[in-house]
Unconditional design. Structure first.
Length: 305
């Protein structure tokens, strides 16, 4: 087991923000922590890499107790924080160099790692500019490059793709795939449900410091909702009559959007039209992790068995 959290609780000034967390991440896995703002994701990651101590419980990483021996653990992992922590007046190359020295790599190891990472994160065109002159996306890529400097066995990524354009996000997803193919274990947080579905073998959804559900993305979708989702975009005053005409159908609302769930999407579409749903606003699609997330943390489910 790469990460083991047992009965981990964290309090800040008496307020519980992580509540009796049990978590296991095995070697080679990509594991996701999902949850609304303030759910305790970053706090959990900080406890795992040993900068914040749990108030109760124990955390072992690579079998080592993080509180007792944080240095041993940190040597073998890489972390990209939610906020970039870069030396602004230095170039990406010099940031990487400083970080390599911090990890006590030899000068030749440092240079070869830099060469590799400039290509791996497509930073070469900006390699010698001061960090403060780089756009947010390039700074993010540099942060990720820094966390890979020591060839970590465990890579921790706190919202790695927030603020990245779609092309860079896609390219980063494939980089994570390459790292995994090399055997790196990945622990990440994200607010992008598509990212979680694509990257994570398993994930937990947290809310107010507690695990609501755990499982593989597809399994969670199957466990919680029917196969197809029908989205209806319309004036919210029309939601009520549609729901009333379709008793027994699971629904959830998000503003102008009403979602209905059924295994037979085509039949559901016809039934919704008969029930007076606005034809122009109908969109049938497979149920996804975002539906599960909303159902568990957001507006909740109404109706259905
Ligand atoms: N150093 C601190 N002192 C006091 N409270 C804190 C501290 N760090 C975090 N908290 C509180 O702990 C709770 C969990 O915060 P955390 O940053 O772990 O959430 P998160 O799930 O990462 O949220 P986000 O999605 O917004 O990044 C929040 O209510 C936050 O205000
Ligand atoms: Mg966070």
């Amino acid at each position: 087991m790469i990460v083991e959290c047992q009965h981990v609780t964290k309090r800040f000034e008496g307020r519980v923000v992580v509540d009796d967390l049990e978590l296991e991440v095995s070697a080679g896995e990509c594991f996701g922590l999902l949850g609304p703002n303030g759910a305790g994701k970053t706090t959990t990651l900080k406890m795992i890499y040993g900068v914040t101590a749990p108030s109760e419980g124990s955390i072992r990483v690579f079998g080592v107790d993080v509180v007792r021996d944080p240095r041993t653990v940190r040597k073998r992992l890489g972390v990209t924080l939610q906020e970039n922590a870069l030396m602004e007046v230095l170039s990406p190359v010099d940031n990487l160099r400083v970080f390599g020295r911090y990890h006590l790599l030899s000068e030749s190891e440092i240079e070869s790692r830099i060469e590799y990472l400039l290509d791996f994160l497509e930073l070469r065109s900006h390699a010698d500019l001061p960090v403060q002159a780089l756009s947010g996306g390039f700074q993010r890529r540099l942060s990720i490059a820094l966390s890979l400097m020591n060839q970590p066995e465990l890579l921790i990524l706190d919202e790695p793709t927030t603020g990245l354009d779609p092309a860079v996000r896609l390219s980063l997803w494939s980089r994570v795939g390459e790292l995994r193919a090399q055997g790196t274990t990945v622990l990440l947080t994200t607010h992008y449900m598509e990212e979680a579905e694509r990257l994570c073998d398993r994930l937990v959804i947290l809310a107010e410091g507690r695990v609501l559900v755990e499982g593989a993305p597809k399994e969670l979708i199957r466990r919680h909702l029917a196969r197809d989702a029908l989205e209806i975009e319309q004036d919210p005053v029309r939601h009520g009559p549609v729901m009333a005409a379709l008793p027994g159908v699971k629904t959830q609302q998000a503003g102008r959007r009403l979602m209905l769930y059924a295994d037979d999407g085509a039949a559901l579409l016809q039934a919704a039209e008969r029930a007076g749903a606005d034809h122009a606003g109908l969109h049938l699609r497979p149920t996804n992790l975002e539906d599960v997330f909303l159902a568990l943390t957001g507006t909740g489910l109404e109706g259905g068995a």
